[in-house]
Write a protein that binds this ligand. Sequence first.
Ligand SMILES: NC(=O)c1ccc[n+]([C@@H]2O[C@H](COP(=O)([O-])OP(=O)(O)OC[C@H]3O[C@@H](n4cnc5c(N)ncnc54)[C@H](OP(=O)(O)O)[C@@H]3O)[C@@H](O)[C@H]2O)c1
Length: 318
Amino acid sequence: MKAVVVTSFVESPRLVDLADPRPGPGEILVAVRYASINPVDWAASTGALTGLAKNRFPLILGFDGVGRVEALGDGATHFAVGDLVFGQFWGDVLQYGTYAERLTIAERPSFGAVQTIPDGVDPRVAAAVPTAGMTAYGALELLDLRPGDSLLILGATGGVGVLAMQLAAQAALSVTATTRADAADRIRLLGATKTIDYATQAIGDALRTTDPEGLDGVLDLVGDPEGVDIAARHVRDGGKVVSVAGGVTGELAAQSRVTATNYLLDDKPARLRWVGERLAAGGLVVPIDREVSLTEAPEAVQAARQGGARGKTVIRVG
Ligand SMILES: NC(=O)c1ccc[n+]([C@@H]2O[C@H](COP(=O)([O-])OP(=O)(O)OC[C@H]3O[C@@H](n4cnc5c(N)ncnc54)[C@H](OP(=O)(O)O)[C@@H]3O)[C@@H](O)[C@H]2O)c1
């Protein structure tokens, strides 16, 4: 099968031919149809997840995707051959990712979550959404804001941002979002009330105009501690700051005026179920910025690392 791999943590991803994997006990074999790119894919390829997961080379990249169950390992009973499944395919060991024609995964993966695609959901969209959708949902849940509250989203244009934006607007929050100017109109269409061009405006100054009465919450998707600190100063007493990108320093977390937390995606099976239900109900637009073939995936994953995402990049696999 074709697969995009690294064989060490210092090389760039490349397309190779590998033997098809075979499902072990409790595992399923999935013929992948679509994958999508997330920043965590790059992290896996550089060894940044070593503290979190074991790795085996050649390491096939990719966590998110959609595919058809082709075979069941001994004792696997949760899925049937032929089921179309989606999710975050993150097992005990990082080896068989979604940037490949086939993968094996425990039907109840230790770190990820896999389920059948709800009826009527486009497989491309289902492949694009798992990590970003679950993260947007989990982070907003932690913020726990009320209708009418004001929220600043730092970095609203990427995979998590475009979904968090919509969920926040659907929860009747008043959202200010930081974005480059080229994406401001799109971000407003997804629900932002106000936008700040972070490339040309100092965020602290801009917030004095956009939110003169202060913010109830900040959702950071960028991970710049200085930017998070500046934003936190505009949060009203008792408000909340949540970063999914490690932007909350120990110092900020330790003060008591606002609650500031770094969030790591948790409770994935329940969150994936919720994302699937939202997709099936037609309540989420998943902007697909770019679609590439598996052959183009090594270049696309490098390009994604340079920034500039406007929604999701999907990889067409089979
Ligand atoms: N904690 C968790 O469990 C978890 C789960 C999923 C993702 N994450 C993290 O969440 C972050 C976002 O993920 P993603 O999938 O949305 O990434 P993405 O699709 O690559 O999007 C990142 C976006 O941020 C924008 N950006 C970059 N610098 C910015 C800045 N200074 N101000 C405002 N926007 C900026 C980029 O556009 P421009 O370059 O054009 O500005 C791009 O649109 C990543 O750090 C990822 O690792 C964490």
